[in-house]
Design a protein around this ligand. Structure first.
Ligand code: ZN
Length: 250
């Protein structure tokens, strides 16, 4: 712990020292370097090129502008943790499964996700997962049963979402969130043909919510509420994800 704190302090000091140099450096060659020390305002990645078409919807939009979605800050890393308890596979396979799906969303949106490791944290969907005091809790990806998480009751295979906070510029940005997958549904799928693909589709759907996509009426999209066979992001999903990767930096 102490070592971590010390190296954090050293990093902070060097950041302050270097900031002076960078702020006065002309040109944009230094953007990667500015990003590295956390004072840049360039997005960390670039959204994918996707063919136009399909339908998508946003979970939330900026006040008074339905076409301006609430998104994550593309200049900041999105940290996530995995609690593998209740997942059908062993811890290592489960983490691989999650990381592969997160990589798909990262690739399309250009958002930068950072895996912080496994955790014992349990999901809370009653609003308590919004961090207090400005502390940014990593995104939590976990499995649970309906007896623990009420929202999983009924025919619900998973939950996904994020909490936004208003920045000094008056814009809302997501600052934390989570995905909770239904242990029973995942267990059932273990025995199904193509079950693993459907498990992946459920996770991708919930990750879609995590970055700001809402449900749509089209069964051709993965964000269709009642999935009936779509296994990958559809054209509209992809276009929505690209828009959500183009949020404004804080
Ligand atoms: Zn959904």
């Amino acid at each position: 712990m102490r070592e971590r704190w010390r190296s954090g302090l050293v990093l902070l000091l060097s950041a302050v020292l270097l900031a002076g140099i960078v702020l006065f450096a002309p040109g944009s060659e230094n953007s990667a370097f500015r990003r590295l020390i956390g004072i840049g305002d360039d997005p960390l990645g670039t959204p994918a090129d996707v063919p136009a078409g399909g339908v998508y919807a946003f979970l939330e939009h900026q006040r008074g502008n339905p076409d301006d979605p609430v998104a994550w800050d593309p200049c900041k890393e999105i940290h996530f943790e995995v609690n593998t308890d209740g997942a059908p596979d062993g811890a290592e396979d489960t983490v691989d499964f999650v990381r592969e799906a997160v990589a798909v969303v990262a690739e399309v949106t250009g958002l930068r996700f950072v895996y912080d490791g496994t955790t014992d944290r349990r999901p809370k969907w009653d609003g308590a997962f919004v961090p207090l005091g400005g502390r940014r809790e990593p995104v939590l990806i976990s499995w649970a049963t309906a007896s623990e998480v009420d929202e999983l009751k009924g025919n619900v295979a998973g939950l996904g979402g994020a909490a936004a906070r208003e920045g000094v510029d008056g814009r809302l940005r997501f600052i934390t969130g989570g995905v909770t997958l239904d242990s029973a549904s995942f267990d059932d799928l273990e025995d199904e043909r193509d079950g693993e693909e459907f498990q992946r589709a459920i996770l991708l759907h919930e990750l879609g919510h995590l970055v700001g996509l809402d449900h749509v009426d089209s069964p051709a999209e993965l964000m269709f509420a009642d999935n009936i066979g779509q296994r990958d992001f559809g054209r509209g999903d992809l276009n929505g994800l690209v828009r959500l990767g183009e949020g404004r930096c804080s």
